[in-house]
Write a protein that binds this ligand. Structure first.
Ligand code: AMP
Ligand code: ZN
Length: 466
């Protein structure tokens, strides 16, 4: 398996530290708002990377943090007149709702920065003792110059960086490139006791610390969106490697931006859609198809047209699934026919091709194209004259290749009761919103299906009439 390592700027063969296991750390969201569909791209990409490792038989220890203390958190909590802790609790809950909605597998651990304050303080103490960090009036800075390899991830040298930073010179720092690992308390901000007085951790040290604590000193893969290469990941490397003298991560992976009109979608530019808004219009599998139809290192423009086209693609794939599900019930022959054995080999060649594409730095775009070729072949060759075994094999193969991408896992066999329940629920919602027209429309729709509704003290009941 090959993956592109930002550190070496090339595709490299992947070897894990511990055979059969991958330790992976992904920088997660700052939990002061609903996440947008740009953030979702990064979460979906690394969820897919994780799923594919699992498909290949690895056990993946997947850690994705929540940044629950920083300026944005503090400002938003003040705006909402709640504590920073309450704000974090609220948006972590909302994060799970939206991430679950996108079929993102739950991380092995989702640490919160504020749960690691003692460990962060120990980390900072170590850096001071080793001469990499210094204190000024309750703030502690990491001295970038003291880490000889500073700039190695982003490929910049310290002199150029220093020139660029001259504008924002801060008298208290020894050098403009130095960055805070501990910030002294400002009035009204949450703070913790430390050897340097009350204060709170800097952003970069949180990730270094949680990755060390939960995954060890050297991890296999560290990942995040492309905007994190500099300064966030550069600074994480400086602190972590200064502390341990060992490589922090063996592979660095970065996903390209989701853009809108060719500009990065971001909260600060106010050009975003929340993942929740998009999920109201499109099913999770359609959103995943849209996101994964581009290679993760290629910028992707968000557009309704592309989502609509993903929707059509999804329908085409599900038509094949639906057809196979019917065939499994309808075909006459149970076991594989002699002449079908050769065809199974052909089907397996699509799987080989898919694995080849995914093994090549997670080329989901080409892997999806292989699924389409497979489906086209099945559509022509698996028919009512095929055996049940072949129809089942074909169906299982489509689902198997869809699983790492988080698509094609649903059944098209419709459960009428579920459909009715969903309509009843929709009508209840309409009534709550006093949308009587919609509520009446749904009642009529149900009536046509032979269902009548009864309002009871326990809620709405429905029954079938003949
Ligand atoms: P934040 O909540 O801003 O710290 O971002 C959480 C994650 O989303 C980080 O890994 C970012 O790099 C990533 N991210 C932010 N904006 C985008 C975007 N437009 N496209 C892709 N990833 C993004
Ligand atoms: Zn981070």
């Amino acid at each position: 398996m090959k993956l592109f390592n930002t550190m070496t700027r090339q595709k490299e063969e992947f070897t894990s530290i511990k055979p059969g296991e991958v330790n992976m750390y992904v920088c997660g969201p700052t939990v002061y708002n609903f996440f947008h569909i740009g953030n979702a791209r990064t979460f979906l990409v690394f969820d897919t990377v994780r799923r594919y490792f699992e498909y290949k038989g690895y056990k993946v220890n997947f850690v994705q943090n929540f940044t629950d203390i920083d300026d944005k958190m503090i400002n938003k909590a003040n705006e909402e007149n709640i504590t920073v802790k309450e704000l974090g609790d609220k948006y972590i809950e909302e994060y799970y709702k939206d991430a679950d909605g996108l079929n993102i597998e739950r991380a092995t651990k989702n640490p919160r920065a504020t749960e690691f304050i003692d460990e962060i303080i120990d980390f900072v103490k170590d850096l001071i003792n080793k001469g990499y960090a210094y204190e000024v009036d309750g703030d502690v800075y990491f001295n970038a110059k003291s880490f000889k390899e500073y700039g190695k991830l982003s490929g910049q040298n310290l002199e150029d960086l220093q020139l660029g930073a001259r504008i924002s010179i801060d008298e208290r720092k020894k050098d403009p490139m130095d960055f805070a690992v501990w910030k002294s308390e400002k009035p009204g901000e949450p703070s913790w006791d430390s050897p340097w007085g009350k204060g709170r951790p800097g952003w970069h040290i949180e990730c270094s610390c949680m990755a060390h604590k939960l995954l060890g000193e050297t991890i296999d893969i560290h990942a995040g969106g492309a905007d994190l290469v500099f300064p966030h990941h550069e600074n994480e490397i400086a602190q972590s490697e200064a502390r341990t003298g060992k490589a922090f991560a063996n592979y660095w992976m970065h996903s390209a931006y989701l853009n809108i009109n060719n500009k990065k979608m971001s909260k600060s530019l106010n050009n975003f859609f929340t993942a929740r808004e998009i999920q109201e219009k499109y099913e999770p599998e359609v959103i995943r198809l849209f996101m994964l139809s581009a290679h993760y290192r290629t910028p992707l423009n968000f557009s309704e047209e592309l989502l609509e086209s993903a929707k059509a693609s999804n329908e085409r794939l599900y038509n094949a699934i639906s057809n196979l599900e019917s065939l499994v019930r309808e075909v006459k022959t149970e076991t594989l026919k002699e002449e079908e054995k050769e065809y199974i080999n052909k089907l397996n060649s699509y799987k080989d091709k898919y694995i080849e594409k995914m093994d090549d730095d997670f080329n989901t775009a080409d892997a999806i194209a292989v699924i389409f070729d497979l489906v086209k072949d099945i559509n022509t060759n698996v028919t009512i004259d095929s055996s049940k075994a072949l129809a089942e094999y074909s169906l299982a193969l489509i689902r198997e290749l869809g699983k790492p991408l988080g698509i094609l896992q649903k059944s098209t066999i419709c459960n009428l009761d579920d459909e009715i329940e969903a309509l009843v629920e929709k009508r209840q919602q309409a009534r709550k919103n006093k949308d009587w027209a919609l509520s009446d429309k749904i009642r009529d729709e149900l009536k046509e299906m032979g269902i009548i509704l009864e309002d009871t003290p326990q809620g709405v009941r429905w029954k079938k009439i003949d």
